[in-house]
Design a protein around this ligand. Structure first.
Ligand code: CA
Ligand code: CA
Length: 440
């Protein structure tokens, strides 16, 4: 059904055709819709397609005039297009794969920065494990790292203005090493793009993060930060040529150069993520990034996000991890690999509804790991299938992890859904339809 141009998921198209035909002939059946298939760059989510359709809805740059439609093939041209045109609605078409990561990590290093010196200076046997590096002066190895990181930060981050659609052309468009910042704006659409995660060239050592210390990195592939009405549709997020398994270890800890694939933070609201692939990554999607009182004051009552028909494949954790938000997750396919930690993280004041999803778990990974309890917050879970069998995710979690009992009933009922598929059909539908290159 989804392959038909005039039914199902592309109902916005069907509505447009019907309205036009009604105006001309008074009947909806006289004219085939395919004659009116619009430019995908001007498509908007269907009515009731998740939280992005709430209130004023999400139209991105659909109303752009011809002067504000850009086609770009380089990172510089992409950033220039983002900055052009004032507050006019705009469409930016991305052609091919754009390198956003600069010529090399060395090209971002400030004079005097030397990684071997950094490693010697902060080695646990020298520096200890009690004190973080935040007080280190600007001319210290940490200060030089900070300055180098700032240069990379300025290069690989791109800030998306309000009323913008960014869309890949054809089947092979995307970014290597970009960090898309959807920050403090309303009304953004991102479609048909493959994101290879940015690599932080200058991770920071924090001796106080866990008993063993940790290397921490910046840069999500995309972050929705304080923004409203965002539709992320048919994108692919992976670590590409740089999976964590290829990263080195220092001080006995992985030199983690990745952050999230898609984070939704700082009071962001009304987001729909549909038909995306999130694959081959550790900490994948964070909704709300702190339990602190100041963060709670910003996030409480917001972070409302819908996930449907996404493929979550070979991830470690956070698909997503939720704080505060009313999050509706339905008709997604989760495929766990050997490194699977958990899928849904139940965090502070989260209100997750997880229904009609399909989970494919390898032998040895229990269905109790699908949910992970971080904080006391109730969950709604119904009509989910694990390896083809109906499974009560809460009951199986509570049986496998009796020290972390989850309560049922998220306290709200999602109404912003379009078509809901049987979870039995979800693996085939999602595996063949999700991700960049699958717009139709
Ligand atoms: Ca490059
Ligand atoms: Ca992040």
């Amino acid at each position: 059904m989804r392959r038909s141009k005039c039914h199902g998921r592309v109902s916005a198209v069907a509505v447009g055709c019907t309205a036009l035909v009604l105006a001309v002939t008074g009947t909806a059946s006289a004219q085939p819709c395919h004659q009116h298939t619009p430019d995908p760059a001007r498509q908007v989510p269907a009515a009731k397609d998740g939280w992005a359709s709430y209130g004023t809805g999400t139209s991105g740059g659909a109303k752009a005039d011809a002067a504000h439609v850009y086609t770009v093939t380089t990172w510089d041209a992409f950033k220039a297009a983002l900055a052009d045109g004032g507050d006019q609605p705009k469409i930016i078409k991305v052609k091919g794969t754009i390198d956003a990561d600069g010529p090399s990590c060395d090209s971002f290093a400030v004079p005097g920065y030397d990684f071997d010196t950094y490693l010697k200076t902060y080695a646990p046997e020298t520096w200890g494990r009690d004190k973080d590096l935040s007080a280190e002066p600007d001319d210290s190895p940490e200060g030089l790292r900070r300055a180098s990181q700032a240069r990379q930060d300025a290069y690989i981050k791109a800030y998306v203005p309000a009323d913008t659609t960014i869309i890949g052309v054809g089947k092979d468009a995307g970014f290597n090493g970009a960090s898309l910042q959807i920050k403090d704006v309303d009304n953004v659409i991102v479609r048909n793009l493959a994101f290879e995660s940015p690599l932080d060239c200058f991770p920071q050592w924090d001796p106080t993060d866990t008993a063993d210390g940790n290397w921490n990195s910046e840069y999500d592939s995309a972050v929705v930060y304080g923004s409203t009405h965002v539709w992320m549709d048919h994108n692919t997020f992976t670590d590409g040529d740089h999976p964590d398994s290829t990263l080195p270890h220092y001080y006995g800890r992985i030199y983690e150069q990745h952050d999230g694939e898609l984070d939704i933070v700082k009071g962001a609201d009304y987001v729909t993520a549909s038909w995306n692939v999130f694959a081959d990554h550790d900490k994948t999607i964070l909704i709300g990034n702190s339990d602190s009182a100041s963060t709670a004051a910003v996030d409480r009552g917001h972070l409302k996000t819908t996930f449907h028909h996404n493929l979550f494949s070979n991830l470690v954790e956070r698909a997503p991890r939720v704080r505060f938000g009313q999050v509706d997750s339905y008709n997604n396919h989760f495929v766990a690999g050997a490194d699977h930690g958990y899928s849904y993280g139940i965090g502070m004041e989260s209100q997750l509804v997880a229904e009609h999803n399909a989970f494919t778990l390898p032998s040895g990974i229990g269905a109790g790991t699908i949910l992970k309890k971080w904080k006391e917050a109730p969950v709604t879970a119904a009509d989910n299938y694990v390896n083809g069998r109906p499974t009560d995710l809460i009951a199986v979690h509570n049986a496998e992890v009796p020290a972390e009992i989850l309560q049922s009933g998220a306290g709200w009922t999602p109404t912003l859904r379009t078509r809901v598929d049987s979870p039995r059909a979800v693996p085939a539908l999602v595996d063949h339809g999700a991700g960049a290159g699958h717009l139709r």
